[in-house]
Design a protein. Structure first.
Length: 273
């Protein structure tokens, strides 16, 4: 479990804290998505978990232990990290980028390359691309390498900082589905940051919507946000009015229709239990 205990973060030159008095517990083996507008402290809170940002006050605990007492380099090596734009080393191939992380975790060169190849296959990167450099990969291909690199050392915790924000919508949907499939088999403790509430609803077991200075507007499941928004800020961010859907019969199909009369999906009977 990851626990934030009354953490605040003040950056030099800022009149107000980036994060102020944040408290939350991210459940083990689940995906917690932190969502909110730009500047609300999402990435600051994420980077506190691997000590890329140190809290000005308060504490971050992993499994009950204050990480302030841990060596930051060893801590970062034990935590997977997937970022926007993949963050790959430009002078290393796709395979070498992933293998480098495995070697830092103690694997031999041969074992690291084997593990890298296996993980690249798991994220559906064609083996013909293993020897290419980041500049020779598409955005989606590079992001797949980034996901593999974040998971190759088999960390129990994975941090994902807007990992799919820089790819096109089709690739984004593919990568989202792959993360869901991987999480179903791996059961990692994932903390993810996004500004996209639909992505949060899709990927998050638990969702935390932030307001200014990291203040929690609401925390809960997607169902909680839809059926019981905490306040008007939540309603607005979720776009609840636009989510009022109904079913109509059009031709041979029962379709889901939005408030503007546009078809947004096909309705199916609830599967039998």
């Amino acid at each position: 479990m990851i626990e934030y205990q009354d953490v605040s973060a003040v950056y030099p030159g800022m009149a107000a804290p980036a994060v102020e008095g944040f408290n939350y517990q991210a459940r083990t083996a689940s995906t917690t998505v932190i969502v909110g507008p730009s500047g609300c402290g999402k990435t600051t809170l994420l980077r506190m978990v691997n000590r890329m940002v140190e809290p000005s006050s308060g504490a971050v605990l992993i499994d009950g232990e204050d990480i302030a007492g841990k060596d930051p380099v060893q801590l970062r090596r034990s935590i997977g990290y997937v970022m926007q734009n993949s963050g790959l080393l430009p002078h290393k191939t796709a395979l070498e980028n992933v293998a480098a992380v495995a070697k830092l975790s103690g694997a031999s060169k041969a074992d690291a390359r084997k593990a890298a190849g296996e993980w690249l296959e798991r994220v559906h990167l064609d083996s013909s691309l293993f020897g290419r450099y980041p500049a020779e990969l598409s955005g989606g291909q590079a992001q797949r390498v980034g996901v593999a690199r974040g998971l190759v050392a088999d960390p129990t915790i994975v941090l994902m900082d807007e990992p799919f924000g820089a790819v096109d919508p089709v690739v984004r949907r593919e990568l989202q589905q792959e993360v869901l499939e991987l999480q179903a088999t791996m059961g990692k403790t994932i903390v993810m940051v996004t500004h996209d509430i639909d992505e949060a609803f899709l990927l998050g077991d638990d969702i935390v919507l932030l307001g200014e200075r990291g203040h929690i507007e609401q925390a809960g499941t997607a169902e909680d946000f839809i059926t019981a928004p905490a306040n008007e800020n939540v309603r607005h961010f979720v776009g609840l009015d636009a989510r009022r859907l109904h079913i109509e019969t059009r031709g041979e199909h029962d379709v889901v229709v939005d408030t503007h009369g546009k078809v947004v999906g096909i309705a199916h009977a609830r599967p039998e239990q």
